[in-house]
Write a protein that binds this ligand. Structure first.
Ligand SMILES: C[S@@+](CC[C@H](N)C(=O)[O-])C[C@H]1O[C@@H](n2cnc3c(N)ncnc32)[C@H](O)[C@@H]1O
Length: 173
């Protein structure tokens, strides 16, 4: 099943991604996972990273309503205890630019890669940003099959370093 993505202008004047009502709940549980991950791992892994391979513009809206809420990048940046470093990959230049603007307050600890997450250069860049002393979460939020992720991409990202217990969660919708 293929879903297409609809974008509209949000209350802050930047693009927001429209989705179904389930998205809010999905992101709530993703955020809970980030909190539990950081809280549970902080003693063993004082340095933790976050990788969002399909980051979006940073804000979402429920289609047919005026309800808006934070997308996964903003949720990850607000997590306490915090991620030391966050890497956001978004192939749409307008959405990457919106995410850049929405995350300016965290510019010292986030990097936005406006590129295809499958590209070897993107994987190499992620490897540079998340060093071997970090434990990282890799979040992959597919849009049905409209986002194409190469088989083994997360493994390639993870192979980058000796992430003995790197975690990946994949949320298909
Ligand atoms: C389902 S949305 C992600 C939503 C995000 N997790 C959030 O909470 O708002 C998927 C995003 O991935 C982007 N995308 C699709 N294919 C991509 C690719 N190959 N590389 C990087 N970004 C991609 C789309 O432009 C879209 O913004």
């Amino acid at each position: 099943m293929t879903r297409t993505m609809t974008v509209r202008i949000g209350r802050d004047g930047l693009p927001v991604r429209e989705s179904g009502p389930w998205a809010h709940g999905k992101l709530y549980y993703a955020g809970r996972y980030f909190t539990i991950f950081n809280g549970g791992m902080k003693k063993k892994w004082p340095r933790r990273g976050y990788i969002d391979l399909l980051a979006g513009p940073g804000r979402c809206a429920i289609e047919g309503t005026d309800e808006e809420f934070d997308g996964s990048p903003l949720i990850a940046l607000a997590t306490e205890p915090p991620f030391e470093r966050a890497v956001f990959v978004e192939s749409d230049p307008d959405l990457a630019d919106a995410l850049q603007q929405r995350t300016v307050a965290a510019e010292g600890r986030r990097v936005i890669i406006p590129a295809d997450c499958n590209a070897p250069a993107t994987v190499a860049r992620i490897r540079q940003e998340i060093d071997s002393g970090m434990l990282a979460v890799c979040f992959v939020d597919l849009l049905g099959f409209a986002c194409s992720i190469g088989v083994g991409l997360v493994c390639k990202v993870g192979q980058a370093r000796r992430w003995r217990s790197g975690r990946a969660i994949s949320v298909p919708w």
